[in-house]
Design a protein around this ligand. Structure first.
Ligand SMILES: Cc1cc2nc3c(=O)[nH]c(=O)nc-3n(C[C@H](O)[C@H](O)[C@H](O)COP(=O)(O)OP(=O)(O)OC[C@H]3O[C@@H](n4cnc5c(N)ncnc54)[C@H](O)[C@@H]3O)c2cc1C
Length: 439
């Protein structure tokens, strides 16, 4: 009996999965494989590890078994291929700075055995590198990218077919992970993703364009974690959006947010160095402060600025933070505390369940003014005004900052024992910026 291997990575679903369809079409049975790679696993924070484990378990339950291995994928995939005498290995392409070269290495190893590594599809509606201007170059600015991305279009969701699974190989035990005390991670798996998505289509989507900036209203979809692990494909979501009766403005806005995810993946695939380095190197020369006690206060949600502290505490409670608040806390770290963006990006990746190198590190570079199509550095978020505007009744602040629950609204957004003076630090940030600009 012929057997192919479906190597799952960031595509932990059975529906709308072209790589799986091809694996099933290539052989009589399909062996489902997941390899825990210590180089990805060890630096991931425990919330992301816990979520991934839950997602793996959900996939294993759906399939009725999953071969789990631990170690260097180049070695482990080859070993599984030899053990089961597989005729091919199937994956969705990975464009990340680590995943892409890893897949090249696996491909070369398998070629030695004359077993092809078939790359079909990717975690994106339009694969990185496809959206180009008329000169054949990639876009550096989001708006033209998003227009061409939309014109380019995407395939319809892949059909779901019966798969004969091969369960002949032994698995290693799944590791145990304890999430930080008090944290609840979202329910994982394809079914949970589809349930949440359908509820959003029938509910929150209708007012998404107006509510998406309001952390007090929970007006967003919270689909990022499911997209991160491929429990749902954006193609499925885009097809549903096209059928939706929700107001056009709301649907367009949601589609545009999905395009941001694709834009950052495109930028990172082109410039893998921008995961760590400044996309625009000018701001690397600016004077920054070393992370010390103030950085610890920021991480703990003890800055004295209510909206900042609420956001940092939401991160620790849920492994997720509202997008508006991600921007506010990031701006506070870089422009009020003068700490380089990558310290904050690392902290986010330690805690976010949806932590994604492209969206996170480019989200940070956007705020820090060093990214592609970034907010200009001199635009400094005022955490007090942002709180008043986007959490007008203080519902969000009171949800996470227990000591302010009885605070009257007219005092709520003001700093309480602040670690810095915002007006002073704003001037300092602009002075540092001017110095680097003139240099
Ligand atoms: C400093 C900073 C760090 C961030 N880190 C991450 C991260 O690690 N992982 C992550 O998925 N997103 C990240 N984002 C983007 C955004 O904050 C989250 O995608 C969003 O908050 C997820 O919530 P949601 O699913 O309810 O979003 P919704 O508003 O419902 O948006 C729908 C989907 O669109 C995509 N999206 C929305 N906004 C953005 C954006 N600005 N950039 C890229 N994609 C977007 C996401 O896939 C999201 O799930 C970051 C943003 C900032 C400013």
């Amino acid at each position: 009996m012929t057997c192919s291997v479906m190597w799952f990575r960031r595509d932990l679903r059975l529906g709308d999965n072209p790589a799986l369809l091809e694996a099933a079409a290539s052989a009589e049975t399909v062996l489902p494989l997941f390899v825990f790679d210590p180089r990805l696993w060890d630096p991931a924070g425990s919330p992301r590890q816990a979520y991934l484990l839950a997602s793996i378990k959900a996939l294993r339950d759906q399939i009725g078994g999953l071969v789990v291995r631990w170690g260097d994928p180049a070695h482990e995939v080859e070993r599984v291929v030899a053990e089961v005498e597989a005729s091919s290995v199937h994956i969705a392409a990975d464009y990340d700075p680590y995943g892409h070269p890893r897949d090249v290495e696996v491909k070369q190893r398998l070629e030695g055995r004359e077993v092809p590594l078939a790359r079909v599809g990717s975690p994106y509606a339009v694969a990185p590198g496809r959206v180009l201007n008329q000169q054949g170059n990639a876009y550096q600015v989001f708006t033209p990218f998003s227009k061409v991305w939309r014109d380019h279009g995407w395939r319809a969701p892949a059909e779901t077919r019966h798969v004969s699974w091969d369960h002949s190989l032994e698995s290693v035990d799944l590791p145990a992970v304890r999430v930080p005390g008090g944290m609840t991670v979202p329910v994982a798996g394809e079914e949970a993703a589809l349930t949440k998505w359908r509820a959003f289509l029938d509910g929150g989507l209708a007012t998404y364009d107006v509510d998406r900036n309001r952390p007090d209203l929970d007006g967003t979809s919270r689909m990022s974690v499911h997209l991160k692990w491929g429990e749902i494909h954006p193609r499925t979501m885009l097809a549903d959006l096209a059928q939706s009766d929700a107001p056009r403005k709301a649907v367009d806005r949601y589609r545009t947010e999905l395009a941001w995810r694709e834009f950052y993946a495109d930028v990172l695939a082109r410039r893998p160095d921008s995961a760590r380095d400044y996309y625009r190197p000018e701001l690397a020369a600016m004077t920054y402060d070393d992370p010390g006690e103030q950085f610890e206060a920021w991480k703990d949600g003890r800055t004295g600025f209510p909206i900042v502290d609420a956001g940092m505490r939401q991160l620790r409670a849920e492994g997720w933070m509202h997008n508006r608040v991600r921007m506010i806390v990031a701006s506070f770290l870089v422009k009020d505390l003068h700490i380089e963006w990558h310290h904050g990006a690392r902290h986010f990746l330690d805690w976010l369940v949806d932590g994604d190198i492209a969206s996170n590190n480019h989200g940070w570079q956007w705020v820090a003014g060093s990214g592609t199509d970034a907010a200009p550095y001199f635009r400094v978020f005022n955490p007090i005004d942002q709180g008043k505007k986007f959490d007008p009744q203080g519902v969000y602040i009171k949800r996470y900052v227990a000591e302010l629950r009885d605070c009257p609204l007219d005092e709520l957004h003001q700093p309480h024992d602040p670690i810095v003076d915002h007006a002073e630090e704003r001037r300092e940030a602009l002075a540092r910026y001017e110095a680097v600009r003139r240099a």
